[in-house]
Design a protein around this ligand. Structure first.
Ligand code: NA7
Length: 563
């Protein structure tokens, strides 16, 4: 076992979009600092490295997802499709890493298992799974918010004799031609399941594709297409305009709600907007609806009825169509996956919907899945599109101990291990600006809980900019210690909860409301993401900066040369 030790000024964990962006900006601002990124994977990419399942692609416009800060990168890359496929996105991130010479400060194949704050030395100590330790003055978390996959809590998973795996751990050797003649099962119909199912349904010669659906999910057409060279040249002239459009919308996507309320217009006018946004590429059908669609039950019901009609018109078998139409939540109250032929897949004779509302799964067997009513579904391949221990869950695989030995994560009814004394009990976050955590000094988070997620790269770039400013304050004033004030944390956590008030989305279980029934401690909803607008989030960060970071306690006194 290795026992070596390394010392840094800043350590990052994660070389996905957050890690690449943070590494570049911190290195640029503090060229003399010792910096390192630790990454579990064998290459850069994060989400886009791991999620290489068939059909994985953006549903935000590729051009709006690009890093905005380097013209040579913007102009040196050709986005091939309006909504980029995973292999191209991964290639883009590799291209960024090469252009900015980032790899020299990234250590791959390194899985961190513990993190300890050492108050006497004002430093973090990280240990990886080989026993190697790393100390650092500052830590920037770039873990991602959908990076900790969860398998379903169903008995017998380990007994399956075919190939069974989570979508984010898709075997690299499993190519499309291996599917011929196979009986495939997909469990889960979230955004990932819908992309996977649609892609698999198009693979020739699959014997059968069975979709195990517990909760039907609303979904609407993506309308992807190629971006020809000439169009890309035109896009390159419009970068400032594109990023300004993103900056002006609440979620940093390129679509804004129609300011009218559903009740202010006639049924013809309603239909006209709905048809228009249904035909518009991307998230328009989620984000471009009438302004009251996700706060007013009647408005939401009307729009859901329209979407249900669309599903009925696309699925041949009326019973299957009814099973595919969500009955327990309205359109847009969970993250809306965008699809390219998902509903039509069920018109194929080799694609079968298994509605788990009619009979739930009893167990996974050696041969496949057995339902409560005794039906056996024999499978060769079983794909778990069962989602993630999201947001705060991204921190769950590292044992975090902050000031005074206080753990980050705790489960309230846990007999063993940390409980109520933890900072985040039952995955409920407490933060200041979503960037800092009480009792966890010198730690910053990119895409952490209580930050706006929306179009992720836009939030990443902003969070990195704010973190760099706080680090610059430390550098300029000789501070060796920064931690959020308890009252600022309380006020921020309350503000985040207030922002969620009135949103129908908060009345529905999903990863966005902190629920994952496969995870102990995640059965009750909590507010883990910033549901105010990204514009308001940026304004509040700026207010804090202008007030000298009034929510943070700084301290100096320990010279780095003495450490
Ligand atoms: P999601 O959206 O969390 O979806 C997970 C799916 O798996 C969902 O349909 C779940 O049904 C289903 N699931 C989970 N556990 C079970 C069990 N035990 N039995 C049956 N079905 C189960 O994850 P995704 O990966 O699709 O998407 C996550 C985000 O990644 C997505 O929003 C994008 O932004 C990228 P349920 O609805 O809980 O009944």
């Amino acid at each position: 076992m290795a026992t070596s030790h390394e010392e840094y000024d800043v350590l990052l964990i994660g070389a996905g979009m957050s890690g690449l962006c943070a590494l570049h900006h911190i290195r640029k601002r503090f060229p003399n600092w010792r910096i390192k990124v630790l990454e579990a994977a064998s290459d850069v990419g994060g989400t886009w490295f791991w999620n290489c399942y068939p059909g994985a692609r953006f549903d935000s416009e590729s051009v709006s997802y690009a890093f905005s800060f380097d013209e040579s990168i913007l102009n040196g890359w050709h986005w091939k499709e309006t909504f980029s496929a995973q292999p191209d996105t991964l290639e883009y991130l590799q291209f960024v890493a090469d252009r900015l010479d980032l790899r020299r400060d990234i250590q791959f194949n390194t899985r961190v298992v513990s993190a300890r704050w050492e108050d006497d030395r004002r430093q973090w100590r990280f240990t990886d799974d080989t026993g190697r330790s790393y100390t650092t003055r500052f830590y920037v978390s770039c873990l991602g918010f959908l990076s900790n996959p969860t398998l379903p809590a169903i008995p017998g998973i380990e007994s399956f004799q075919g190939r069974g795996f989570h979508t984010s751990q898709w075997p690299k050797d499993l190519r499309q031609d291996a599917f011929a003649g196979q009986r495939i099962g997909v469990l889960g119909t979230g955004a990932t399941g819908i992309q996977t199912i649609t892609a698999l349904s198009k693979v020739p010669n699959i014997k059968s594709l069975k979709v195990f659906q517990r909760t039907a999910n609303w979904s609407a057409p993506l309308h992807n297409r190629d971006i020809p060279k000439e169009e890309m040249a035109d896009i390159r002239r419009k970068w400032p305009e594109i990023f300004q459009t993103c900056a002006d919308t609440p979620t940093c996507f390129m679509h804004k709600a129609d300011p009218r309320k559903s009740s202010d217009v006639t049924s013809e006018e309603r239909r006209e907007l709905w048809e228009r946004i249904y035909a518009t590429p991307g998230m328009a059908k989620w984000l471009g609806a009438f302004s009251d669609t996700y706060t007013d039950r009647t408005a939401n019901q009307l729009y859901s009825n329209f979407m249900a009609e669309k599903i009925r018109s696309r699925v041949d078998d009326p019973d299957i169509a009814e099973s595919l139409i969500p009955k327990d939540h309205g359109f847009g109250l969970r993250r809306v996956p965008l699809e390219s032929g998902y509903f039509e897949a069920y018109n194929q004779p080799n694609v079968h919907l298994v509605d788990l509302k009619k009979s739930p799964i009893d167990e996974v067997t050696t041969n496949g899945i057995r339902l409560r009513d005794g039906t056996e579904h024999e499978l060769d391949i079983l794909v778990y599109a069962t989602g993630f221990n999201a947001i705060t869950g991204a921190f769950a695989n590292i044992d975090w101990i902050g000031k005074h030995g206080i753990p980050l994560m705790g489960i309230s009814d846990s007999k063993k291990g940390p409980g109520e004394e933890a900072v985040w009990v039952d995955y409920r976050p407490r933060t200041y600006l979503g960037l800092t955590v009480p009792k966890f000094p010198n730690m910053f988070m990119v895409l952490g809980p209580h930050q706006p997620f929306g179009n992720a790269p836009r939030s990443i770039e902003h969070a990195v900019q704010v973190i760099v400013e706080i680090l610059a304050t430390c550098e300029a004033k000789g501070y060796t210690y920064v931690e959020p004030k308890e009252e600022a944390v309380d006020a921020w956590t309350e503000h985040v909860a207030d922002c969620s008030e009135g949103a129908l989305l908060n009345e529905v279980d999903s990863w966005m409301t902190g629920v994952n029934k496969n995870v102990t401690g995640k059965t009750v909803r909590n507010v883990a993401r910033y549901a105010g607008s990204a514009i308001e989030f940026r304004r509040r960060c700026e207010l804090s900066r202008a007030a000298g970071w009034d929510g943070l306690n700084f301290a100096g006194g320990v010279s780095m040369s003495k450490l």
